[in-house]
Design a protein around this ligand. Structure first.
Ligand SMILES: [Zn+2]
Ligand SMILES: [Zn+2]
Length: 281
């Protein structure tokens, strides 16, 4: 099984690290994972800055130049009038503030995947940040997938509710759960904090970090058969992707405050391929 995270931010929008430093952080984690548990932390990485593909292209070019052992996909998190939509594997900027329908059409016309990001986020209660989700539109619009695990602590509710809605509501959800448990088909379908029932929902489900700083990496990812982006895409279109992980907590908050400064200084001193990272030391 491969691992993908297609939602993270860099200094091309509101992230703490440059696209290059973010890729170095992931490469550092891959090196450690390979050493200790024999596989990559991530095989497929998507940089999805707000309303721009710039971060994605910079990350991709850097990863190719450095010959990292993971694949980078150009993404964008588009602020549509209805909420945030993740565009995966697109070529050029898609404008913000269009309807979700038009946004999805633009994404598909570029051959990309349209994913509803944190559809039921509660982070925009005051309505001032522009940070919102498409909510019930996951039941009707032509999305390719829905993010049912996002690592931000504000998304605890989203992660449960988005999954239930996508499963057809409470009744269907619990019927499926009982069917699964009584049928003994639990292995591989339960992630570690919420009983995730793969392949029952209307849309494919994915897990993404939505990381804005390296301390929030590692908590959430999507598992899929294969290791390449093409295999991820095939799995997603066949509803075979499995979101994994859980929100980050108070310990990562400390990292957030430190990371921004320390990581930047560190990477400006250490050119490459050193034991370059200790985001969770
Ligand atoms: Zn968002
Ligand atoms: Zn985001």
């Amino acid at each position: 099984m491969g691992r993908a995270d297609l939602h993270m931010h860099t200094t091309a929008s509101d992230g703490a690290l440059s696209p290059e430093d973010m890729m170095l952080a992931i490469d550092g984690l891959n090196i450690r994972y390979k050493e200790h548990i024999g596989h990559n932390y991530l095989d497929v990485v998507g940089v999805s800055d707000h309303n721009t593909v710039e971060g994605g292209y910079r990350a991709k070019n850097f990863a190719l130049k450095e010959n990292f052992g993971f694949e980078v996909v150009v993404c964008e998190e588009i602020t549509s009038l209805d909420g945030h939509i993740l565009a995966v594997d697109i070529k050029s900027n898609i404008p913000k503030l269009m309807s979700s329908k038009d946004t999805i059409e633009h994404i598909h016309s570029q051959g990309g995947l349209a994913i509803a990001a944190h559809p039921y986020t509660i982070a925009n209660i005051a309505g001032k940040t522009g940070f919102k989700g498409v909510k019930g539109l996951i039941k009707t619009q032509n999305f390719d997938a829905v993010e049912t695990i996002n690592s931000n602590p504000t998304e605890f509710f989203n992660n449960i509710y988005a999954h239930i809605v996508n499963s057809g509501g409470f009744k269907d959800y619990f019927n499926n759960a009982i069917d699964h448990i009584i049928g003994g088909r639990t292995s591989g379908s339960f992630h570690n904090y919420w009983p995730h029932l793969a392949n029952h929902g209307r849309l494919a489900e994915v897990g993404n970090s939505d990381s804005h700083f390296p301390g929030s990496l590692e908590k959430v990812w999507t598992e899929f058969p294969g290791i390449t982006f093409q295999e991820y895409k095939a799995a997603l279109l066949a509803k075979k992707t499995i979101p994994k992980g859980h929100i980050w907590g108070i310990f990562q908050l400390g990292h957030y405050l430190k990371d921004r400064k320390i990581m930047k200084e560190y990477y400006s001193r250490e050119p490459k391929y050193e034991a370059r990272i200790s985001v969770r030391a």
